[in-house]
Design a protein around this ligand. Structure first.
Ligand code: ZN
Length: 84
């Protein structure tokens, strides 16, 4: 429970922190990731915290890469031939 401004009713209210799980589809594969959101006890609206850096899409892509052991950056950089 935290005190913060609700973006919906714009009052300083008590916000309840909610942990949930959401399924993101990455290239046809369903990946379950942890989602974070807040529930306003004033207007009962559920929303993402505006200052949250929690990105479910990024988490899903990271999980996808881990599953398939793809390190896109390093592979691409090493194998790309250099043209002179
Ligand atoms: Zn509210």
């Amino acid at each position: 429970m935290i005190k913060d401004i609700c973006p919906n009713c714009e009052k300083i209210t008590t916000l309840e922190f909610i942990h949930s799980q959401t399924t993101i589809n990455v290239r046809g594969e369903s990946i379950l990731v942890e989602d974070q959101c807040f529930h306003c006890l004033e207007c009962h609206e559920t929303f993402e915290h505006p200052q949250s850096t929690h990105d479910v899409l990024e988490l899903a892509y990271r999980e996808y890469r881990l599953r398939h052991e793809i390190s896109l950056c390093s592979n691409n950089l090493r194998t790309r031939p250099r043209k002179i």
